[in-house]
Design a protein around this ligand. Sequence first.
Ligand code: HEM
Length: 380
Amino acid sequence: MFSSLLAASLLSVVLSASAFPEYRSLAGLSAAEVRAVARTFQATPGAQPVPPPINDTSSKLVFDDAHPFQPDAPGDIRGPCPGLNTLASHGYINRSGVVTPGEIITAVQEGFNMGWDLATFVTYGAFVVDGNHLTNLMSIGQKTTETGPDAPAPAIIGGLNTHGAFEGDASTTRDDFALGSNFLFNETLFDQLSQAAIDFGSNGTLDIPSAAVHRHNRILDSIARNPNFTFVTPRYLTAYAETTFPLAFFVTNQTSDTSLTLGLDVARSFFQTHKFPDNFYRRNGSYGLAEVGDLVVEVFEPFPVLPGNNEGVGNYVVDPEDPGLVGDGTCYAYYRQSNLTVALYPDPTDELRAAIAQNLANFYSGLGDPTCEQVFPFGQ
Ligand code: HEM
């Protein structure tokens, strides 16, 4: 009796939010609520096939006439990822910040020459937990202020800003969720990145050794100040990968071995303004899972920190189960993210179940590793 009343009142809360945003995750809603909100959606295409790899991965001008920079308009959503924010500000993905996973996968290839495997693995790794499986939409950041009251936990309302699903701690220029804004540009942190480049980089520009110093400093800072600091796979892997991304993607005409270094003004243009510098050329050759795998080792080795979490400020406890960068971390990331998806959707409707199953298969396809056994928690 009590629980049905609760469900009814929750349903009315959800529906009284006049429109349940089409990009809002359906995690945490009961089957009845999912059916009710699905009726308000314009279209429910469900999961879609992953778009193909691009054929031509040579360098090219990407700040071109077809992709002018436009500052955010009121209501446009931006989030913690400077890469996606920039692609939105140049119209490679919808400028609103509400996008499909397929749009992201095509855009990160076109605009930055991210490899198809990495693009697919990262995009679906995020989408399975932060996206809306029925509408096939996701927000690259926060919810807008017009979307009404938040649904109770474990509902996911914030797109990529949602802490602990895909977004995580010890970010390059964004604060830990427990300490400040986990998605807005933070000048103090950018200054620390700049200082690492000045002290340890290449003639005042950022290179991999100085980026590694900043990565380590960010981990030490989180250990020292964030009682909830969590640094396990998949966040552990994305943190190291994201440390290589400014070098791999933000340097104009970057060589295929990622050896050119990054000027701090250019870095700021991406991290803060979400803008390609004038005359910006994407890198030569794609940067996928193999390339990121090689470079994260160079970030990790000078200051090896194993996966773990804080149990109180200053008390970092290593997780012995987590292979991190030493074992088969990407396969483990796939299992972790699949398990989280199961926890978010304990009782999906048939339509939702089919869409999640397909999106998990899309996620797995990015891995391209037959030694990592595929799982089917939502059926095949
Ligand atoms: C493929 C789809 C992508 C998704 C879904 C994605 C998502 C995200 C998310 C959720 C974060 C926040 C993680 C955190 O710090 O807690 C992030 C950070 C970051 N992303 Fe992306 N990203 C993608 C592609 C890219 C690309 C193509 C680039 C570069 C061109 C990029 C560059 C970065 C950087 C540098 C950060 C660290 C930001 C900071 O901590 O200051 N990402 N991304």
